[in-house]
Write a protein that binds this ligand. Structure first.
Ligand code: GUN
Length: 286
């Protein structure tokens, strides 16, 4: 029987703290931060994610602007929109929702965002800073996972950490953050030959491979800590993670549920990094 890690509850607590801070700023007449979100096209999942971000900003009490652009938007038009937000002093954070339509070069767009306003942590400069061990803005999902582990007093130092999935958004920055916490890290992916053998060595197993319920109990060492980043729909339309919760929960010591585990923490880190820019602006005597 595992302890189920309640990301929803921790996210609510952290967001309540941010809301108190925003209230203090408002009482002092300080400018409240603004998060600008750009959403191109009509991917239904992306629209849901953006709505959730808007809701979180509203709950905490600062501002968001959501620019919804049609799927025919050209790369040049998108770059121009990014540049407008880069130059707007009232905007503290910029997020371009991914994936972008195929005709737009994602790397070019991420590179165009002012790295200081890159609250997603996807800009190559921020990725580079993270990988030399001097992080500034950090990709929100792995940042949220580290925050969740710390809240449950889970030590990473000296542990065998296995990350499944090597995306720029989760797997790679996750491996680096675990390394910075002195874990011994193995980064696995879809072409890994002996995946099961490797996952069985994990004291901490993070799964972000995008395959519904891939990780069953026979992939997990008894007593392991299992973090599930997956969000998939199974044949009956139910939201499931990359981990088969029913079979893994009895063998793990800690496990994150889907939903209510990692997801709420991701949004909270986005809020935190936007607020951090607001704090910085106040310190700079705005
Ligand atoms: N698409 C899926 N997850 C994310 C995220 O965290 N940030 C952005 N910008 N796009 C995403």
């Amino acid at each position: 029987m595992a302890i189920i890690m309640n990301g929803r509850q921790l996210a609510d607590q952290l967001q309540d703290k941010l809301a108190t801070e925003v209230n203090n700023w408002r009482a002092k007449g300080l400018r409240l931060p603004t998060l600008a979100v750009i959403l191109v096209g009509d991917d239904p999942a992306s629209h849901v994610y953006v709505k959730n971000k808007e809701k979180a900003v509203a709950k905490i009490g600062f501002h968001s602007i959501v620019k919804r652009l049609p799927k025919e938007t050209t790369e040049a038009e998108l770059l121009e929109q990014v540049q407008t937000y880069n130059l707007d002093q009232a905007i503290d954070g910029i997020l371009v929702q991914l994936p972008l339509p195929e005709h737009i070069d994602e790397e070019k767009v991420l590179l165009a965002i002012d790295a200081k306003k890159d609250v997603d942590g996807f800009h190559p400069l921020n990725m580079g800073k993270l990988f030399i061990g001097k992080p500034d803005k950090i990709a929100c999902t792995p940042y949220g996972i580290i925050t969740l582990l710390k809240a449950y007093d889970i030590k990473i130092e000296g542990k065998q950490v296995v990350v499944v999935g090597r995306s720029n958004i989760v797997g790679k920055p996750m491996a680096q953050l675990m390394l910075m916490e002195h874990g011994t890290v193995t980064l696995t992916h879809s072409r890994t030959k002996n995946l099961q053998e490797l996952t069985q060595t994990a004291d901490i197993l993070v799964v972000a491979i995008g395959r519904g319920e891939l990780i069953t109990a026979d992939y997990v060492k008894p007593g392991a800590i299992v973090i599930d980043v997956g969000m998939n729909r199974n044949e009956s339309g139910k939201l499931v993670g990359d981990v088969d919760f029913a079979s893994v929960e009895p063998v793990a010591s800690f496990i994150t549920p889907v939903p209510g585990g990692v997801g709420p923490m991701t949004i909270t880190m986005l809020m935190e990094q936007t607020m951090a820019n607001g704090r910085l602006a106040h310190l700079e005597g705005e």
